[in-house]
Design a binder for this molecule. Structure first.
Ligand SMILES: Nc1ncnc2c1ncn2[C@@H]1O[C@H](COP(=O)(O)OP(=O)(O)OP(=O)(O)O)[C@@H](O)[C@H]1O
Length: 362
């Protein structure tokens, strides 16, 4: 507000625009509360002083890596900085010790390889480009030097990239706290392999995100005095349970249902499954296949991840029996029974699914 009062003819400014959110321009006339601006888009607009924000004429073309360096920390300034960086393939930006990630919607493996992890080890925040590894490293160092538990909060709207960013943070912490000589199922492997398991049962395709987590989670990684991972716990919150029975087009139910329908023949027979199109809980939506995802492969990956996490074969079987039984239950249709207020399965098909569900539930 103070800044807008200081506007002069010739000042560079940002003004709200119904299409582009904000456009920049130059003040050409000030008439009381009305400011006339020649926009770089070619438009001439008259706006209220409160809707006009000053623009830094010396703003560097590729933006700044920490928003606290911006001359004006207002909405158009922040958004423009993020856009300039994004155009240069810089998806991470700091605001002090907060890291802002802009979803690149493409794989950027060079940003996350092991060499990069090595570079961030021990580097102070701000020394290297903004990165989730730097945030994880800073939390790890503070835990070691101060002996106090640290928390990293990851927030954003659906599809913003929270799950991917969290995986990077976990990977880095597992790298720092992992034992080089660990054999078999180390805790850090278990920490990392918990992700595919949680995603199989708690993620689904929504309109905004093909791999949307339909639950919240608190991941706790414990370290010993030497900074080595000694244990881990994951608490999940508020799974969207309604999705199991009701799916709207073009979304999908939880990934585990489609994976199980693509399991090896032996499992398909055991669970009496088949084409996902034949199950009511899946065929309410016409969307079955995710681009670039091979469900049978996902099933095997999930099984392997369950092994690593420590879910034994019997427990895995019990879990998948429940998943299959749910699909069968969804296919049971009812009709009126002979007794008052009673109902019975409608036909042989419904009886089959009901009996199969009962067998699977044991
Ligand atoms: N850093 C990244 N590199 C490459 N792709 C990314 C990155 N972050 C996000 N994505 C892409 O965007 C998709 C959505 O991201 P993600 O699942 O992390 O969002 P989210 O914030 O966890 O969403 P939700 O709240 O719906 O679970 C990912 O499946 C991936 O395709």
């Amino acid at each position: 507000m103070v800044a807008t009062r200081n506007l002069l003819v010739g000042s560079s400014v940002w003004v709200e625009d119904p299409e582009a959110s904000w456009v920049d321009g130059e003040v050409v006339e000030i008439n009381g509360d009305g400011i006339t601006i020649n926009c770089t888009s070619g438009k001439k607009v008259v706006a209220k002083a409160s809707d006009v924000h000053p623009k830094d004429p010396e703003f560097p073309t590729c933006g700044v890596d920490d928003m606290t360096k911006l001359a004006y920390l207002h909405e158009p300034g922040v958004l423009y900085n993020l856009k300039c960086r994004y155009d240069e393939n810089e998806i991470y930006t700091y605001t002090g010790n907060i890291l802002i990630a802009v979803n690149p919607f493409q794989r950027l493996p060079h940003l996350y390889d092991n060499d990069i992890m090595r570079q961030y080890k021990g580097a102070a925040i701000g020394e290297l480009s903004p990165h989730p590894f730097a945030v994880a490293d800073s939390a790890y160092r503070q835990m070691i030097t101060e002996g106090i538990s640290q928390a990293i909060l990851v927030s954003g709207e659906s599809g913003a990239g929270k799950t991917e960013s969290t995986k990077m943070l976990m990977r880095y912490l597992a790298y720092m706290g992992g034992r080089v000589a660990a054999e078999g199922r180390s805790v850090e492997q278990q920490v990392l392999e918990s992700n595919p398991v949680l995603e199989a049962f708690g993620n689904a395709k929504t309109v905004r995100n093909n791999n949307s987590s339909r639950f919240g989670k608190f991941v706790e990684i414990q370290f010993d005095q030497r900074g080595m991972i000694s244990g881990a716990a994951i608490r999940t919150y508020l799974l969207e349970r309604s999705r199991v029975c009701q799916v709207s087009d073009p979304e999908r139910n939880y990934h585990c249902f489609y994976m199980l329908c693509a399991a090896p023949q032996e499992d398909i027979k055991k669970y009496k499954l088949g084409d996902p199109r034949t199950f009511h809980y899946l065929n309410q939506s016409n969307f079955y296949k995710l681009d670039g995802v091979d469900e049978s492969n996902e099933y095997l990956t999930t099984r392997r991840a369950m092994d690593v996490v420590g879910i034994n074969a019997d427990e895995q079987d019990a879990i998948f029996r429940v998943v299959a039984a749910i699909l069968h239950l969804g296919n049971v249709e009812f009709t009126k029974g002979d007794e008052v207020d009673s109902s019975i399965p409608k036909d042989d098909k419904s009886w089959f699914h009901l009996k199969t569900a009962a067998e699977l539930f044991m």
